[in-house]
Design a protein around this ligand. Sequence first.
Ligand code: AMP
Length: 116
Amino acid sequence: MRDPDCIFCKIVAGELPAEMVYQDEQVSAFRDIHPKAPIHILIVPNRHIPSTSELSLEDDALAGRLLTVVPGIVEAEGIAQRGYRLIANAGSDGRQEVFHLHIHLLGGQPMRHSLG
Ligand code: AMP
């Protein structure tokens, strides 16, 4: 299931360029095109799901996979010990811009204290 107009669906399918750092049959992770930190990676489901609001209980395994790939990625990026931040924006108040669920993985520098 993909949305023909979705840029992240196109990246997952290899139809748009991106620096892929991880990919399996369920999820993909690639570098953000406008990084907000020295390391800025987006972790996305391969299937088109607009945001966390559209996850269902049938997505338990997929939702888990979005997080369980993190240790391998942060180990490869060399930030497992220093730490990092994970953020999932949803909807207009969440300032979501791309409506294909994604988790931002930010690291390589101390994050700001503010989350709002
Ligand atoms: P959000 O505001 O949570 O929807 O974040 C969307 C993110 O996608 C932003 O950080 C953008 O810089 C990033 N982005 C948009 N287009 C691309 C692209 N073609 N490749 C990689 N990252 C992208």
